[in-house]
Design a protein around this ligand. Structure first.
Ligand code: NAD
Length: 253
C-alpha cells in the first residue's frame, strides 16, 4: 500500500476519468499528487477526495495546450512538494468526426489544430518541463496517455488518430533519449473506457463500440490506472519507450 511513498506525481486531466483514477490510486499508495486540470474546481474536488482518505494532493489549474501554463504546473508541483518524480500526461479531448476529405476548410482545420494542441502538443510541453525537474530529482517515470487509435487508425477520427500516433512516437524518442539518465517514458493505449459520456450514447452506437472489443465489454478507468501505476512503479524498471495496449483485445484482431 506504500509503493509510492515519498514520490511526487503530476497528473494532467486529473479531475476526471482515467487521470482521476490514477491520481486517487497513486495517493492511496503514498504519493503526493498534483491534480492538474483545466477545470480547477473539479480538480479541487479530487484533492478533497484524496485528502479525505488521508492522502496528500494539491489542485493546479492548467491548459495543457499552453506551454507557459504547463511550465507553471510543473513549477507549482515542485514548489508544493519539493521535487517531481512521476508524471502522467493525460489530458485530452475527443476530436472532430467525419472523413478527412469532408472537413470544412475553416472550422474543420481549426478543430484539427485545437485537437492537436490539446492531445499532442500538450505531451511535448509536459515532457519538456517534467524531464528537467526529474533529472534534478535523480530520475523519474513518465506515462503518456495515447489510445488504441495510437496503434490502429479510425477512418472517421483522423485528427485524433494522428495526435495519438504522435504521442506514441514522441514517447519512443524521449524514452530512448532519457533511458540512460534514469527517466523511463512509456505510453498507455486504452480501448474504449466506460465514462459518464458514454452513458448517454445511443444504444446501437454503444453496442457497436462494445462489439469491437473481443472481451465483450468496455474497459474501466481502474483497469487503465492499473497499467499506469505499473509503468510508474519500480516493478517496471527495464521498460522504456514502449507502448502498452489496455483494450480487451481491440487491436488484436
Ligand atoms: P475525461 O473527459 O474523463 O477527462 C479528461 C480531463 O482532461 C477532464 O478533466 C478535462 O477537464 C481535462 N482537460 C481537457 N482539456 C484540457 C486542457 N486543455 N488542459 C487541461 N486539462 C484538460 O476523459 P478520459 O476518458 O479520462 O480521457 C483521458 C485521456 O485518455 C485522454 O487523453 C483520452 O484521449 C484518452 N483516452 C480515453 C479513452 C476513453 O475511452 N475514455 C480511450 C483511449 C484514450
Amino acid at each position: 500500500a506504500d509503493a509510492f511513498l515519498n514520490k511526487v506525481a503530476l497528473v494532467t486531466g486529473g479531475a476526471s476519468g482515467i487521470g482521476k483514477a490514477v491520481a486517487v490510486a497513486l495517493a492511496a499508495q503514498g504519493a503526493a499528487v498534483s491534480v492538474a486540470d483545466l477545470r480547477k474546481d473539479a480538480a479541487q474536488d479530487v484533492v478533497e477526495e484524496i485528502t479525505g482518505a488521508g492522502g496528500t494532493a494539491v489542485a493546479v489549474e492548467v491548459d495543457v495546450s499552453d506551454p507557459a501554463q504547463v511550465k507553471n504546473a510543473v513549477d507549482q508541483t515542485v514548489s508544493a512538494f519539493g521535487k517531481l518524480d512521476l508524471a502522467l500526461n493525460n489530458a485530452g479531448i475527443s476530436g472532430p468526426t467525419g472523413l478527412l476529405g469532408d472537413y470544412d476548410d475553416s472550422d474543420g482545420f481549426a478543430a484539427y489544430k485545437k485537437l492537436i494542441g490539446i492531445n499532442l502538443d500538450s505531451v511535448y510541453f509536459g515532457m519538456r518541463y517534467e524531464i528537467p525537474a526529474m533529472l534534478a530529482a535523480g530520475g523519474g517515470a513518465i506515462v503518456n496517455t495515447s489510445s488504441i487509435l495510437g496503434v490502429v487508425g479510425e477512418p472517421t477520427a483522423t485528427p485524433y488518430t494522428t495526435a495519438k500516433h504522435g504521442v506514441a512516437g514522441m514517447t519512443k524518442a524521449a524514452g530512448a533519449g532519457y533511458a540512460a539518465q534514469g527517466i523511463r517514458i512509456n505510453s498507455v493505449h486504452p480501448g474504449y473506457i466506460e465514462t459518464p459520456l458514454l452513458a448517454n450514447m445511443d444504444r446501437d452506437a454503444y453496442n457497436g463500440l462494445v462489439a469491437k472489443h473481443p472481451i465483450g465489454r468496455l474497459g474501466t478507468v481502474e483497469e487503465v490506472a492499473n497499467m499506469v501505476l505499473f509503468l510508474l512503479s519500480d516493478t517496471s524498471t527495464f521498460i522504456n519507450g514502449a507502448q502498452f495496449v489496455v483494450d480487451g483485445g481491440y487491436t488484436a484482431v
